[in-house]
Design a protein. Structure first.
Length: 65
């Protein structure tokens, strides 16, 4: 029973069902029943995520969200 964890920035709620459906499809194509696939989405605010010592809220402030 695979458990897939996705660490991501906040994403629009309407994108999540499609993402889950596509990930589940990959596993079902490998012979794993869809009922056995569990997906967890952990969304981290950009203020709480950083690279090279800089918060992503600063690095990506121009990015459309």
């Amino acid at each position: 029973m695979p458990i897939i964890t996705i660490e991501t920035w906040p994403m629009p709620p309407e994108r999540k069902p499609e993402l889950m459906k596509k990930i589940t499809k990959v596993f079902t194509e490998c012979g794993i029943p869809a009922q056995a696939v569990t997906i967890l989405i952990h969304e981290t605010q950009l203020d709480n995520w950083g690279t090279t010592g800089v918060q992503h809220s600063i690095t990506y402030k121009e990015m459309k969200r």
